[in-house]
Ligand binder design. Structure first.
Ligand SMILES: O=C(O)C(=O)C[C@@H](O)[C@H](O)C(=O)O
Ligand SMILES: [Mg+2]
Ligand SMILES: [Mg+2]
Length: 385
């Protein structure tokens, strides 16, 4: 089998909060008439420059046309040479590698007539427990709005939430107090996510204040790549500490410094299922736990993560991918399913990722490029409009 063409389509998908996220769908066409699809999810993160998708499509055509898609290892090497790892969380090259790698798994599994699960180690579970994100409070008035979000999502079956904290600690505390008052033990807050916005000492001061309410873990309570800061925080805190993995080098540094208890791994930030499996195995060898992170993907990206997560032995904590529940729409005929706060894998009898593009929906959300509108840094950090 040979790849005969590569096509990219930019998608602008609004969230329920009003914030529009820009994604790129990739299609790999082959001489066997089987196509693969993948997702370069959520380019709407800093830094505020943009990828030219016409040029990217040309680059990927040069790299991939004529290649056998089963050569996943060598194609990943080519991708890494062209889009090298950087020590940065939202490195756009990782998003590009992720889209291509996912599409390779889709096309190869489809060609063999099997599910992606049959390609990457099967399934230890058919569903993954996830939590719904509560975006960062900047103003006190937002507490009431966020309590309303919890009420709505609780009715839909979500009973675990995570909270982005640190811009308005009064509001953060008020939110936790209100949740405790109204829901008692019926709703759980999995994590407080500091998103690397603070130095570890400031994060520790706020964490002490907020953890009088029950939470499972603390995420990213130090500046990016401050491995010692993370460790200092972890040594003071009774709760487990998690950090995203955005490069294998960064993961190694976190292991050397014993910075975390949990690695937050997701294919988008590490450049695909292939790299994410490497990071997950590294975590296992180092005796660390895992949770499945997210950039809030559409259904194609979320399903890829579900296959990856279903084969992990040390997925010890509640995971994060809820993108399809956050956006107003999707681009597939068969959106991924959530029930009772679980993300369900597609039927194992489906082939590839088990996703079918809905071209009507693609046309509805298609955009011409990834250009930035007038969004501010606050909006980008807080995911609100
Ligand atoms: O755990 C995290 O950190 C995130 O989920 C990051 C978010 O910014 C996410 O990427 C989003 O777009 O909401
Ligand atoms: Mg996080
Ligand atoms: Mg994101």
């Amino acid at each position: 089998m040979k790849i005969t063409d590569v096509k990219l389509t930019a998608i602008g998908m609004p969230r329920l909060t009003g914030f529009v996220n820009k994604h790129v769908m990739i299609q790999l066409l082959t001489d066997e008439g089987v196509d693969g699809i993948g997702e370069m999810s959520d380019f709407s993160h800093l830094p505020k420059y943009t990828i030219d998708i016409v040029d990217l499509e040309r680059t990927l055509q040069q790299l991939l046309i004529g290649q056998n898609p089963f050569n996943i290892a060598s194609i990943n090497l080519d991708l890494s040479n062209n889009f090298p790892e950087a020590m940065y969380y939202y490195e756009k090259g990782s998003f590009v590698r992720n889209g291509v790698d996912t599409a390779l798994y889709d096309v190869c599994a489809k060609f063999l007539g099997v599910s992606v699960s049959d390609f990457i180690g099967g399934r230890l579970r058919e569903k993954i427990k996830v939590c719904y994100p509560i975006f960062r409070h900047r103003f006190m008035e937002e507490v009431e709005e966020n309590i309303e979000v919890v009420r709505k999502q609780f009715e839909k079956g979500f009973d675990v939430f995570r909270l982005y904290v640190s811009k308005n600690e009064e509001a953060d505390e008020q939110f936790l107090y209100r949740i405790n008052e109204e829901f008692g033990g019926k709703v759980k807050i999995k994590s407080l996510d500091f998103s690397h916005l603070l130095d570890w000492k400031q994060a520790w001061r706020i964490a002490k204040r907020l953890t009088k309410y029950p939470v499972d873990l603390i995420e990213s309570p130090a500046y990016r790549n401050d491995f010692e800061g993370l460790r200092n925080f972890r040594m003071k805190c009774d709760l487990p500490v998690s950090e995203h993995v955005w490069s294998l080098r960064q993961q190694l540094e976190m292991i050397k410094h014993d910075s975390v208890d949990i690695f937050n791994v997701s294919p988008i930030f590490i450049g695909g299922i292939t790299s994410a499996r490497k990071a997950a195995e590294t975590a296992e060898v180092a005796g660390k736990s895992l949770l499945l992170g997210t950039t809030q993907e559409l259904s194609i990206g979320t399903t890829a993560m579900a296959y990856f997560g279903a084969a992990l032995g040390n997925l010890d904590y509640i995971s994060d991918p809820t993108g399809p529940e956050l956006y107003v729409g999707d681009i597939v005929k068969n959106k991924v399913k959530y029930r009772d706060g679980y993300l369900y894998l597609p039927d194992r009898k489906s082939t590839g990722l088990g996703m079918e593009i809905d071209w009507g929906l693609v046309d509805k959300y298609r955009i011409k490029d990834l250009s930035w509108e007038d969004v501010t840094v606050h909006q980008l950090q807080d995911r609100t409009s």
